[in-house]
Design a protein around this ligand. Sequence first.
Ligand SMILES: [Zn+2]
Length: 132
Amino acid sequence: MMHRRKTTPRAEYRLSETQRVNNSVSLAEKFPKLKSLMVDLAYFDTDGLTKSGELKYRVNVHYAKSVFSFACPSHECVGGDFDLSGAVAQAVTDRHKIAQGEIRCKGWRALPKETKEPCRNLLRYKLSLGYV
Ligand SMILES: [Zn+2]
């Protein structure tokens, strides 16, 4: 008989990531010159062709945390995030109004016989920034 584990590697990772985000200061605190931020995200499968989801919204820089990270949409993915903190920091430093790029998920999926395969889902992002 199999026992159900209370937590999974994925759940444990999500929890530690949530703590890392919550412990960070807000975007407005870290980047006093940043007035507004719009994110436009498109999630793709590993082939970069099949769109699995999209997200577009105006970020409240006073509430959003400066660890600016989005979870991988794959439910099997462990340790996978798209961390846009660096992209935001770079854009603000250079005072760019638009920053675009893509990130591969660095997480992995468990396969039978305790093997793993890399997730490699793709996120294409566009940040639109406004300054004071
Ligand atoms: Zn992933």
